[in-house]
Design a protein around this ligand. Structure first.
Ligand code: IMP
Ligand code: MG
Length: 445
């Protein structure tokens, strides 16, 4: 890595979503050309005209991006067919125009109705009426979420997976009975949609998950209108991809652990215990080095399938920069050790890299290195609920989470196996679930 590259990488790329930034850049042009910052307050006619024109231009851009994604999907399919035919080495794979413009863009599992989604969000957020603030990262993120929601309703959605902290409850908190998320999750179960809670929080016993999720688990157990199958349509995947619990009415914790041999995928079963231990040993020593060199007010916490640093005094926050530096250092040391690979995610043809997949991430107050990542965790849910009828596919899966930056974020990995929605708080999860329910209702009637 040259110094320039390292600085660019460490300072920028992992803190930006390049696709969202690119769309934001496209929308900035009509904003600059059509916004009327000099307009006088009370001049409603002119402001309305400006908003109408900006709306038309923004919507056109979103339609153009929508069509570029269609082209990208068509090429994605073509390339997959070539791989299946064994012709991948003979024929060059042609990147899409979108792939050339945004090289980090990942796979799309569904088309995205961006124009319709923009119109929906513009009605909610009055993006086109703004004269001083251009369409922002959050505007684009929410448009993408709406488009993804529109794409999976109409019968496609079979599995919804949710991250825990920041998605279902505030960081470090629990899902209390009063949470507005609970009735909305029950509603998904009532519609025969399966639920996976795919959280990095890694505990070996059901009691700790019950502590974090009791509001939801009790509500499911006590619900008079969910049938037995619907009640058993939820699993908890803890430690990203390490501990699976199924719903169990007879347990005081409403959950029963499922032995690994019942759910590990063949690839996961091949990760040896010795390799896992060796990887965690290297990660632990890298974390200790970071604590020492940056004099972090942190304690190292070693678990059976993870190692992390947590604040020694829970009331003290470790600086964000220190947490990010720790993630990047540990990730690099593990990659160099060849014991681990953070690029080997589920659902891809493989990167040719060896070693146990791991995920190093900044949890906001702590840093953890977990064995596996959420791409494996969501894959296990897809297989678990697909039993009998095959695996639930990426286009029928929606993962909702808050961590989607490319490095140091754990929900990001789920993008390789299903569609995703990027929320910023539990309140946004509520809005997303309402949007989903509304669309399902409309498409039914
Ligand atoms: P998530 O947002 O539900 O994925 O949870 C992430 C948070 O879980 C982390 O920031 C940690 O505070 C906490 N956590 C507890 N145990 C573990 C573990 O074993 N691995 C990773 N995170 C853990
Ligand atoms: Mg989270």
């Amino acid at each position: 890595m040259t110094t320039r590259y390292r600085v660019e990488y460490a300072l920028k790329t992992h803190r930006r979503d390049q696709f969202i930034e690119w769309v934001k850049g496209l929308l900035a042009v009509p904003f600059v050309l059509y916004s009327q910052p000099t307009g006088v307050i009370g001049d409603d006619t002119n402001i309305a005209k400006m908003a109408e024109e900006a709306h038309r231009r923004y919507a056109e851009i979103m339609r153009d991006v929508e069509m570029m994604i269609d082209d990208h999907i068509a090429r994605q399919k073509q390339n997959q067919l070539q791989v299946q035919d064994g012709a991948a080495n003979l024929l060059p794979t042609v990147p899409s125009k979108l792939g050339m413009l945004v090289p980090t863009v990942g796979p799309f599992f569904t088309r995205l109705p961006l124009e319709a989604a923009f119109k929906y969000q513009d009605r909610k957020r009055y993006i086109s009426s703004r004269r001083y603030v251009a369409p922002s990262f959050n505007d684009v993120r929410l448009v993408l979420n709406s488009a993804q929601t529109m794409a999976v309703t109409g019968g496609a959605l079979q599995l919804a997976t949710f991250d825990g902290d920041v998605t279902l409850y505030d960081d470090g908190e629990s899902l209390e009975p009063s949470s507005p998320i609970i009735p909305r999750l029950l509603d998904l179960l009532r519609k025969n949609i399966k639920i996976g809670i795919v959280t990095a929080a890694g505990y070996t016993g059901a009691d700790r998950y019950y502590e974090r999720l009791h509001g939801l688990l009790d509500a499911i157990a006590e619900s008079p209108d969910l049938d037995n199958t619907q009640k058993h349509s939820i699993v908890i995947m803890g430690g990203e991809a390490n501990y699976l619990f199924e719903f169990d009415l007879s347990s005081p914790y409403r959950l029963a652990p499922v032995p690994r041999q019942r759910w590990l995928t063949p690839e996961m079963a091949a990760w040896s215990e010795a390799d896992i231990r060796a990887l965690l040993d290297v990660a632990e020593s890298a974390l200790r080095d970071c604590v020492r060199t940056m004099n972090l007010p942190a304690t190292v916490l070693r678990k059976d399938r993870a190692v992390g640093i947590i604040p020694t005094d829970p009331s003290v926050r470790i600086a964000r920069e220190s947490l990010e530096e720790t993630v990047l250092v540990v990730q690099r040391i593990l990659e160099l050790s060849s014991l681990g690979s953070s690029l080997q995610v589920a659902g891809t043809a493989g990167t040719g890299r060896r070693g146990v997949p791991f995920c190093a991430f900044n949890g906001g107050r702590d840093v953890f290195v977990d064995i596996g990542d959420k791409s494996w965790g969501v894959t296990v849910c897809q297989q678990w609920f697909g039993r009998g009828g095959g695996v639930i596919r990426g286009e029928n899966t929606l993962h909702v989470g808050d961590q989607f930056l490319s490095a140091g974020s754990n929900d990001f990995k789920a993008r390789s196996v299903g569609t995703t929605a990027w929320i910023a708080s539990p309140a946004e999860t509520v809005e997303l679930l309402d949007e989903l329910a509304d669309l399902m209702q409309k498409k039914l009637s």
